[in-house]
Design a protein around this ligand. Structure first.
Ligand SMILES: NC(=O)c1ccc[n+]([C@@H]2O[C@H](COP(=O)([O-])OP(=O)(O)OC[C@H]3O[C@@H](n4cnc5c(N)ncnc54)[C@H](OP(=O)(O)O)[C@@H]3O)[C@@H](O)[C@H]2O)c1
Length: 341
């Protein structure tokens, strides 16, 4: 490794102005780890929420809330150091990946992580397009599995995606379309993007309330709003596969009530909601988790999925502006380019 490292460091949980460019002590890789020079890293809604303190209880337990904190899960970059026992990579390999929540995230010039969570870049992709995908793809893959959706089970059946025009939604539309599902997307202003991503039907969530839809869907995915959870469950057909949501209140409950009471409350709330699904249908609260097998799937999917992603790039010194971009739901994925001046 050469040259000084930097990171967008969060000094205290609050607004984007708390993010400052600070020197980063360049880490040495331990056994099984690699150090990656980060060419691009995405800023996702979870980063802006963690910045404001959301999820602190659980993140503290995971060692992922220590200040100063470097946010960010996913990246595309170049291997610049390998630890003992790493044979799959050498310095100079172009890679991408996603790391679990930590205090040493990817919004930095360098990131250190297990080599098992790193893959070679698919050919012909730009770092800023690749970096927009891992966190979102891994979450969508878990949601699809959580709802019981498989290629054979969903072929020719109807699926509804709520929050379809966002980062998760557009990936889900492409995957489900490829699986042969007939997809209804529910979105606000950016409905055109949903059509381009393969939705057969696109509903305007401001004009067509969910309650007016028939009870015909084999699966429903909620990436939009927890308040609509019960309405989405009512749209499942009697023989539905299931429903998954990424906008569940798990972390918020833990923050408010503490770990024990929060977990108990969340479990009760989940059970109450699950009862509203048809008998036999799955009901899942999806939580992001890095997963090598899903990253390998992403390597195949990335050239197609990049069409759903318009990167909007910021230098690391403008991390605060990137957070505002996400919070204001501006079009395009906010991407940090740590070596851009
Ligand atoms: N649990 C986890 O591990 C996990 C992992 C990843 C993401 N998430 C969460 O999943 C959600 C989606 O992530 P994302 O990256 O796709 O976010 P995103 O890019 O901000 O997209 C969310 C979409 O939801 C729609 N929306 C906004 N307000 C809504 C409302 N009141 N009712 C219905 N739809 C609404 C918006 O589109 P329109 O205005 O066009 O409808 C927006 O495009 C976020 O809340 C994120 O924090 C959770």
């Amino acid at each position: 490794m050469s040259g000084p490292g930097f990171a967008a460091m969060l000094g205290q949980f609050d607004g984007p102005e708390q993010l400052r460019l600070r020197a980063l002590a360049l880490p040495a890789p331990r056994r099984g780890q690699v150090v990656v020079r980060v060419d691009a890293a995405s800023v996702n809604p979870i980063d802006t929420r963690r910045r404001a303190g959301y999820g602190r209880r659980l993140m503290s337990v995971l060692g992922a809330a220590r200040l100063p904190l470097v946010l960010g899960n996913d990246f595309a970059g170049t291997v610049c150091a390998v630890g003992h026992g790493v044979t799959a990579f050498r310095e100079g390999d172009a890679v991408f990946g996603a790391k679990p929540p930590s205090s040493h995230g990817s919004h930095a010039t360098h990131v250190v992580l297990d080599a098992a969570l790193v893959l070679r870049q698919p050919p012909g992709m730009r770092a800023e397009q690749l970096a927009a995908l891992p966190y979102n793809f891994l979450t969508v893959a878990r949601a699809i599995a959580g709802a019981g959706i498989t290629r054979s089970a969903i072929q020719g059946r109807e699926v509804l995606v709520h929050g379809a025009s966002g980062g998760l939604g557009l990936i889900a539309l492409r995957l489900l379309d490829d699986m042969g599902a007939c997809v209804t997307a529910v979105a606000g202003a950016r409905r055109h993007d949903c059509r381009q991503a393969g939705a057969a039907h696109v509903l305007d969530r401001h004009a067509e309330p969910l309650r007016t839809l028939p009870r015909k869907f084999a699966a429903t995915l909620n990436f939009g709003n927890w308040d609509d959870e019960a309405a989405l469950l009512r749209l499942l057909a009697p023989d539905a596969l299931g429903h998954a949501t990424t906008v569940h209140p798990l972390l918020g409950r833990l923050d408010r009530a503490g770990l024990a009471a929060g977990l108990a409350g969340a479990w009760l709330e989940k059970r109450r909601m699950a009862r509203q699904a048809p008998p036999g249908a799955r009901y899942a609260w999806t939580v992001f988790r890095p997963d090598r097998a899903a990253l390998q799937q992403l390597a195949n999917w990335a050239p197609l999925l990049q069409r759903s992603t318009t990167p909007v790039c910021f230098p690391l010194a403008q991390a605060a502006q990137a957070h505002l971009h996400v919070e204001q739901q501006q079009p395009g994925r906010a991407i940090l380019l740590p070596h851009m001046t």
